[in-house]
Write a protein that binds this ligand. Structure first.
Ligand code: NAD
Length: 262
């Protein structure tokens, strides 16, 4: 019996990167999972089936688009009707866009605020009634080192991530007496498609080579000079779901190789 057997988790943006690592870590601990995010139907089905086979749990896929409030509520409802409850909610879906503010496309600002911040509000709003009814819940938001400090050219992302840190604290206070905790995890740079994709734009915005972006921009921020791994982030989330973490709520946990200590 895994530490999470009998529990059901929804992880947004879990077809890739950190989200997929969370879903796999929860499944390995015995939880059923709702995975979500974009990708080709074949790739998504491959990951979903692999989770079921490897960990002997149920895994279902919600195609909910995190820019659409009704679809987000539908994703929580799907988890509740399929598994009976949503005990663990991880708001993780996120995108990045790098540009000087005076050229920052307005639609990119709106999209980043919707996916990286508002989607967490909609999902939490939909999931809290069920958690209160059960008298147990874990809400984990993937924030970022950019919830604590800024970098140039990431105005929308930094604003959304500072927002998610505030939302986390507010929700934690509201649900504190219901045995529901709400925390955010703030990774430094984790090598995922999200980081890979911003390299060309950063090269352009700062007039640098690929190697210079990796070593002088990304890893420059991290005193350990190493990327964080998705599995390390997932292990922290798993701990937050444990009974030992019942009194950890409203916090912003850094896992950033020392970035925000500097
Ligand atoms: P990723 O690109 O590998 O994964 C992002 C996931 O979000 C994918 O599953 C994608 O399909 C999904 N997604 C994007 N738009 C969506 C939408 N509209 N609706 C539903 N799903 C959508 O990126 P990642 O690096 O694993 O990022 C995951 C989270 O971690 C993000 O919130 C990101 O801001 C945060 N984060 C990442 C890093 C890093 O260095 N990689 C650091 C700190 C925080």
């Amino acid at each position: 019996m895994g530490s999470l057997s009998g529990k059901n988790a929804v992880v947004t943006g879990s077809t890739s990167g950190i989200g997929l690592a969370y879903a796999r870590a929860f499944a390995a601990a015995g939880a059923n999972v709702v995975i979500n995010g974009f990708g080709t139907p074949e790739d998504i089905e491959k990951e979903r089936a692999k989770i079921e086979q490897e960990f002997k749990v149920k895994a279902i896929y919600s195609p909910a688009d995190m820019t659409k409030p009704a679809e987000i509520a539908g994703m929580i409802a799907l988890g509740e009707t399929t598994f009976g409850s949503v005990d663990i909610l991880v708001n993780n879906a996120g995108i990045q866009f790098v540009s000087p503010i005076e050229e920052f496309p307005i639609e990119k600002w709106d999209q980043i605020i919707a996916i990286n911040l508002s989607s967490a509000f909609h999902a939490i709003r939909a999931a809290v009634p069920g958690m209160k009814k059960k008298g147990w819940g874990r809400i984990i938001n993937t924030a970022s080192a950019h919830s604590l400090v800024a970098s140039p050219f990431k105005s929308a992302y930094v604003s959304a991530k500072h927002g998610i840190a505030g939302l986390t604290k507010t929700v934690a206070l509201e649900v504190a007496t219901h045995k529901i905790t709400c925390n955010c995890i703030s990774p430094g740079y984790v090598w995922t498609p999200l980081v890979e994709k911003q390299i060309p734009d950063t090269m352009k915005a700062r007039n640098l080579t690929r190697e210079q972006v990796i070593n002088d921009v990304l890893l420059d921020a991290q005193p350990t000079k190493e990327f964080v791994t998705s599995e390390q982030v997932a292990a922290l989330a798993l701990f937050l779901c444990s009974d030992d973490a019942a009194q950890i709520t409203g916090t912003n946990l850094s896992i950033d190789g020392g970035w925000t200590a500097a």
